[in-house]
Design a binder for this molecule. Structure first.
Ligand code: AMP
Ligand code: MG
Length: 474
């Protein structure tokens, strides 16, 4: 049987230098590991396909009717250094579908074989990072933050060679409101390809914010979305790990779940990524790095402006205003975490003071905030007295709130994809047992609900289970 995807491909209409058209490289033995039926239904994809059909299509062995597979080209600052040409080295955009809310979404295969942009890479992915991205991106969505999503995971029946040895190959199908990155703009700007830059800018505006006025309007909108996104990450203890400009979207969605991690015990300088030696993308540095990334975006847009000096001045002002925007958003989300519906200036200090005590007391980030609702927060601290002193001030402040518990329940998840659980899930999946994956998916699909049967998934790692480093997934 065949699977129907209602394609309507606009990126493929852009000039040929925006991409390379090619098909996926077929794999030996595609097998469906995961299928996101509810997302498929939402996208208007007829999920009537049997598992074999889905496996063939989402391994890239068979292009669905209407697909125009292509590898997108982009550039990007990686750890601060500019690479003038990156691109989809192991991914292919199959095309776009328009979902039931009229929103256009990319359908992309990741791990589908080499492309002209693969450089030294093999164009493939292995099952571990594929399931990690599947679980963490879907968890992010359930937490209420903008993100790419996971539609399918397929194993290839082929081995992929990485540092630990031969690993099972896999392909992830990723859904995004687009894959346009800051780095896509940088690619054309670096080549002084003004026509390309203009075409990209028009395409991005039409797609993401049709009401804004030109490049300046786009910059302002993206700054706003990224400010909200990064504050949202901080609120759930998320560390992206590779905030390079090629991993920063114009849509404002989280993209590229490589060495990302949710923090267990809180410390602002936490880093998990094995390649982030200097902590450029540490938890608390994310709010600074995103401003730097927006400055690069602004720089790429300047050539489009008729009066460049005026544009530089205007864009600089927009970028300089971003930290304040992030701070306001931070204040809002962290005030909610402590039960305050409308944050005032002094509430930021109250939340900040709790965090400082948590950092000293090695408190578990997720469980401490959740325990503010359920009781027992002081038990999360090495020195519970540190919490007591804060609690008195907090209770006095809450007296002015109508329903702090409801506010906290909506802001403090009980469940996050804890690193050690993700690792255990991957180990089981590699051994052929998908039950931990399915259970994680189920519990993390409603992370704000008490789920007494899943109490084990709320526990921080035992000393022997702590994950100290995460890897890029390549
Ligand atoms: P990332 O750090 O995952 O954002 O990837 C940076 C660049 O490396 C992108 O252009 C990727 O397409 C490329 N890349 C990552 N892994 C591979 C791989 N296994 N084969 C080919 N290209 C890759
Ligand atoms: Mg990337």
């Amino acid at each position: 049987m065949t699977l129907v995807l209602p394609f309507d491909n606009s990126y493929a209409q852009l000039p040929p230098r925006f991409y390379t058209r090619q098909n996926a490289v077929p794999v030996r033995e595609p097998r469906l590991v995961a299928w996101n039926a509810s997302l498929a239904a939402y996208l208007g994809i007829d999920g009537g396909g049997d598992a074999e059909t889905l496996a063939r299509i989402f391994a890239g062995n068979e292009a669905p009717e209407g697909a125009t597979p292509l590898a997108q080209v982009y550039a990007g600052h990686q750890f601060g250094g500019f690479s003038p040409q990156l691109g989809d080295g192991r991914a292919l955009l199959l095309g776009e579908v328009v979902d039931s809310h009229g929103q256009r979404r990319d359908i992309q295969l990741k791990g589908s074989g080499p492309t002209p942009y693969s450089r030294m890479g093999d164009g493939r992915a292995w099952l571990g990072p594929v399931l990690r991205e599947y679980v963490v991106s879907e968890a992010m969505h359930a937490l209420g933050l903008p993100t790419t999503r996971a539609l399918a995971a397929v194993t290839t029946g082929e081995r992929v060679y990485r540092e630990p040895g031969a690993l099972p190959g896999a392909v992830l199908t990723r859904v995004a409101s687009s894959h346009i990155r800051v780095g896509t703009f940088q690619y054309f700007a670096a080549r002084r390809d003004l026509d390309g830059l203009r075409a990209l800018c028009d395409h991005a505006i039409a797609r993401h914010c049709p009401d804004v006025d030109g490049p300046a309007g786009l910059l302002s909108e993206v700054i706003d979305r990224q400010a909200r996104l990064v504050a949202g990450w901080l609120a759930v203890g998320f560390i992206h790990g590779v905030m390079n400009t090629d991993n920063t979207t114009i849509s404002g969605e989280t993209i590229d779940y490589g060495p990302c991690a949710f923090m267990d015990s809180y410390h602002p300088q936490t880093v998990y990524s094995s390649i982030d030696a200097h902590g450029r993308y540490a938890y608390d540095n994310q709010a600074h790095v995103i401003v730097w990334n927006m400055a690069q975006f602004a720089t790429a847009l300047v050539p489009l402006m008729p009066d460049q000096d005026a544009a530089i001045e205007g864009f600089t002002a927009l970028v300089h205003a971003m930290p304040e925007r992030i701070e306001a958003e931070w204040r809002r989300v962290f005030a909610a975490k402590i039960g305050i519906a409308e944050a005032g200036e002094e509430d930021a200090a109250l939340a900040g003071d709790l965090l400082a005590r948590m950092a000293e007391g090695r408190a578990d980030f997720t469980n401490t905030f959740r325990a503010l609702i359920e009781g027992g927060a002081r038990d999360q601290f090495l020195d519970p007295a540190a919490f007591d002193a804060w609690e008195a001030r907090w209770r006095a402040r809450l007296a002015r709130e109508a329903d702090p518990e409801a506010v906290m329940r909506a802001a403090n998840p009980a469940f996050i994809p804890r690193n050690h659980r993700v690792e255990q899930m991957i180990e089981a999946a590699v051994g052929g047992d998908l039950k931990p994956f399915e259970r994680l998916m189920d519990v993390l699909s409603h992370p704000y609900d008490d789920q007494p049967d899943a109490a084990d998934l709320r526990r921080p790692p035992a000393a022997s289970e702590v994950v100290h480093a995460t890897f890029c997934g390549t």
